[in-house]
Design a protein around this ligand. Structure first.
Ligand code: PMP
Length: 400
């Protein structure tokens, strides 16, 4: 028998399975709302002009292809930290932020999970219910025990703020808590600034460890600063946070795998000890991170004019999604839908939790060639001014 005869077929990835079904569908006007990647109004992937410019500059400068350090390109990690924490941040001024470049946001989560497992007393990490499907898998693979706190209220299609606070209060003191910094995936529901302040208080009172995942900075509201509110507020309040950053969405660098993981230390000396342990974690995993994407990001972030251009491009992407939300809602109302679709425009970021059931999602695919995940999550990036009318009609028909 083969050495691998006992290897069983694993279940397909839920989201990639949708792409497969979409590809097989022959209908010309089919719509894919499963993917978590930005598309322009023609439904096509986008390479940002600022990225093209950065690549042209890199090509001209004929850089070598030597290895980066174990924690990455230091110019990149510095600029990434500036973007998230703000250049004026006290932790940067006092040189007490430990940072490592990572294999995009997923790699940041994994390094963070491994670090917690090794050095933090909490064996658990609380995730919002629901959360990005990969969170539980990443933390479980790191040897932590993922559990959940209440987050989403099905009735209001909004935040279950009381449930969230209650669950954080009832958790054992000193538990690690994963927080989506902005544009919660999959719900599109974020706490308000005032609610973040209350979350910060509870986290502080309980001695919990705030672990931020920021995969969508700038991509949610169109403003880098606004989307960083929670992260910066927690730091101002004296929390020693963990932060995962991804440049997949806001720079459209999905396949380049550009990200960072950082921990706020108490002192510069402590930062150095933490970074030495980042190296010990990274070395046996992948030795050192890829260089090309990090060079693109640091070329953009390190040049005032190119950075300004990029910020405008981020805003264009965010604005297109905000416009598509409005158009979808307007079309549903114009069709005479008697349901309340306010959540379509009140939610933020790339995803919208429609409130559609699994059966309704199946019907969307079968009758309308409209594809999304069975939890009713649609990717706003898949909506265009050309398909929004047909989409609204499909959603209206299945939800009547
Ligand atoms: N966190 C969240 C909440 C996400 O939605 C994603 C991407 N879908 C990621 C992290 C990581 O993405 P990447 O590894 O491509 O940066």
């Amino acid at each position: 028998a083969s050495t691998w005869a006992s290897v069983k077929m694993g279940p397909p990835d839920a989201i990639l399975g949708i792409t497969e079904a979409f590809k097989k569908d022959q209908y010309e006007q089919k719509i894919n709302l499963g993917v978590g990647a930005y598309r322009d109004d023609a439904g096509l992937p986008v390479v940002l002009p600022s990225v093209i410019e950065a690549e042209e500059r890199l090509l001209k400068s004929c850089l070598d292809k030597e290895y980066a350090g174990i924690t990455g390109i230091s110019n990149f990690t510095k600029l990434a930290a500036d973007l998230a924490y703000g250049e004026e941040s006290i932790v940067l001024k006092e040189d007490r932020l430990a940072v490592t470049q990572t294999i995009s946001g997923t790699g940041a989560l994994r390094i963070g999970g491994e670090f917690l497992k090794k050095f933090h007393p909490s064996t658990k990490i609380l995730l919002p219910q629901p959360s990005w499907a990969n969170h539980a898998a990443v933390f479980r693979s790191s040897g932590l025990q993922p559990e959940t706190y209440r987050y989403y209220n099905k009735e209001t299609i909004g935040l279950d703020f009381e449930g969230l606070i209650e669950d954080l209060k009832n958790a054992e003191d000193g538990t690690a808590v994963l927080l989506h910094a902005c544009a919660h995936n999959p719900t599109g529901v974020d706490p308000t600034p005032d609610q973040w302040k209350q979350i910060s208080e509870v986290v502080k009172a309980k001695g919990h460890f705030p672990f931020f995942d920021m995969a969508y900075q700038g991509f949610a509201s169109g403003s880098i600063e606004r989307d960083a509110f929670a992260v910066r507020y927690f730091v101002e309040q004296g929390h020693q946070i963990a932060l995962c950053q991804s440049f997949a969405k806001n720079m459209g660098l999905y396949g380049e795998r550009v990200g960072a993981f950082s921990l706020v230390a108490e002192s510069s000396e402590e930062k150095a000890r933490i970074e030495s342990q980042f190296k010990i974690l990274v070395r046996p995993l992948y030795s050192n991170p890829p260089i090309h994407g990090a060079r693109i990001a640091s070329t953009i972030l390190g040049d005032a004019q190119l950075k300004a251009q990029w910020l405008a491009e981020v805003k264009t992407m965010a604005d297109r999604m905000i416009t598509m939300r409005q158009l979808l809602k307007d079309n549903l109302e114009a069709l005479g839908s008697t349901q309340n679709w306010d959540h379509v425009t009140s939610q933020i970021g790339m995803f919208c939790y429609t409130g559609l059931s699994g059966e309704q999602v199946d019907e969307l695919a079968q009758k309308w060639s409209v594809y999304c995940t069975r939890d009713g999550r649609i990717s706003i990036a898949g909506i265009t001014s050309g398909n929004v009318k047909r989409l609204a009609q499909a959603i209206h028909e299945v939800s009547k």
